[in-house]
Design a protein around this ligand. Structure first.
Ligand code: ADP
Ligand code: MG
Length: 412
């Protein structure tokens, strides 16, 4: 990548302010899934191993009203401490005098975890003063939070303006290197499968994606906004009214035979539906239209077969977003079938990438996580990257100091 990376930094004796994505699910003060913490360990071990003084910062959830115990990173610090077999000091805040003192007092190889950056509204506003305060806690900056790299926040972007050197951690670097293979010269057919529930984030980039891919398969909660835009009845299915117009525009772009002549844009032609107010009552709906009083909870068998067919000839696959409410076993079949089809594509020699928190949970549920070429920790971030959009968290990092190495080419 054309940015400074962790291995370029002099770490010994330095306070290394490190942005990680520790936005993990918590329940009763316990970490329920530590995938994101595990993913950052190589970077953290390198920093403390080289004698750096590690200052960790992250967001957690979406606290609306300032500091709230349920969004505290304390349980995460405790979990990390167990994983590393080492003390992780917990700061009472992420900025301020007391925190500054704690950071300054760190010895080589010691770790300080800052409190949730989203306890301040200045974080998401990328406030300059707040960014400066965060920056004073470190001497160099490392960003390993790929999942947050598509957001220009104080802890991902603003902070880099007040530190001399900012570098990509190992996780961020690996993400960029793997996703670059899809961005630069993906082997065709290149099939992208999109689903899930975060329609607003994802629908914006579909526009950019359509010029790059051979087929775009839409399932999950996202499909209903598109079906609705086509004036197909969706009953009580999840709908993002605010993005209907955008979905409509995308439909016009993909319908137009030029210049994306060869693009296949596929929406579900059948569904599994459940009663709007009773998940126990469900059945296959053989048509694209969903009757009133029912909601789509998974793609139907016809759609599964059609998606599988297209995946079976793909040389490159990217998947983000489950095909249905897969957390409920009764509604998981479509997601599990697609997961298996993507795994089979990998074994055939295709380069496959699955990204997003829930999508990772889905491939785990399907038991195919080790049969995917690259599992990306970012959902929205990987999607934007693949759409060719610059991610502010990456762009803000320092340019390489020495003469740049020749850009990595794809394997193909
Ligand atoms: P990711 O975390 O992989 O980026 P999202 O967060 O966008 O994915 O979406 C995952 C969520 O989407 C899951 O909780 C799943 O239950 C939900 N979902 C998928 N299909 C539907 C549907 N038809 N109706 C409602 N929610 C859905
Ligand atoms: Mg999610």
């Amino acid at each position: 990548m054309d940015r400074l990376v962790l291995d370029d930094l002099e770490l010994k004796g330095k306070r290394v302010l490190t942005r990680v994505d520790f936005n993990v699910p918590l329940s009763n003060g316990k970490v329920m899934d530590d995938t994101r913490i595990q993913a950052a360990l190589p970077t953290l071990k390198k920093i403390i191993g080289d004698g750096g003084k590690l200052v960790l910062m992250s967001h957690l959830g979406r606290p609306k009203a300032g500091p709230t115990p349920e969004f505290s990173l304390k349980p995460v610090a405790a979990h990390l401490s167990q994983l590393l077999g080492k003390e992780v000091k917990m700061a009472p805040d992420c900025v301020g005098e007391e925190v500054q003192k704690m950071a300054n007092a760190l010895q080589e190889g010691e770790i300080l975890m800052l409190e949730n950056t989203r306890f301040y509204k200045e974080e998401t506003k990328n406030d300059a003063e707040f960014s400066k305060k965060l920056a004073t806690l470190g001497e160099v900056f490392v960003n390993d939070a790929f999942g947050a790299a598509h957001r220009a926040h104080a802890s991902t972007e603003g902070v880099t303006k007040h530190l001399k050197e900012s570098a990509a951690g190992y996780l961020l670097q690996a993400e960029v290197e793997n996703l670059n293979k899809l961005l630069e010269a993906p082997q065709k057919p290149y099939v992208v499968i999109l689903g899930g529930a975060k329609v607003s984030d994802k629908i914006k980039v579909i526009h950019n994606l359509v010029t790059r891919v051979s087929a775009l398969l839409i399932g999950g909660g996202m499909a209903y906004t598109f079906l609705k835009a086509k004036e197909i009845a969706i009953g009580d299915s999840i709908l993002d009214v605010e993005h209907l117009a955008m979905a409509h525009n995308t439909l016009i772009v993909v319908r137009n035979p030029h210049p994306y002549k060869k693009l296949k844009f596929v929406l579900p032609s059948d569904h599994l539906i459940a009663r709007a107010n009773n998940d126990k009552e469900y059945q296959v709906c053989e048509a694209a239209e969903i009757p009133a009083g029912w909601k789509g909870v998974d793609i139907g068998p016809k759609t599964v077969a059609e998606f599988k067919e297209l995946i079976s000839t793909a040389q490159t696959v990217f998947w983000n977003g489950p095909m249905g409410i897969f957390e409920n076993n009764a509604f998981a079949a479509g997601t599990v079938e697609i997961a298996k089809a993507v795994a089979a594509a990998t074994e055939r020699g295709a380069f496959t990438v699955v990204g997003g928190g829930d999508s990772i949970a889905a491939i785990e549920k399907a038991g195919v996580k080790d049969r995917i070429s690259h599992v990306s920790t970012g959902g929205g971030a990987s999607l934007e990257f693949l759409a060719g959009i610059d991610l502010p968290g990456i762009t803000a990092l320092s340019k390489p100091r020495k003469k740049a190495e020749p850009a990595k080419k794809t394997e193909a």
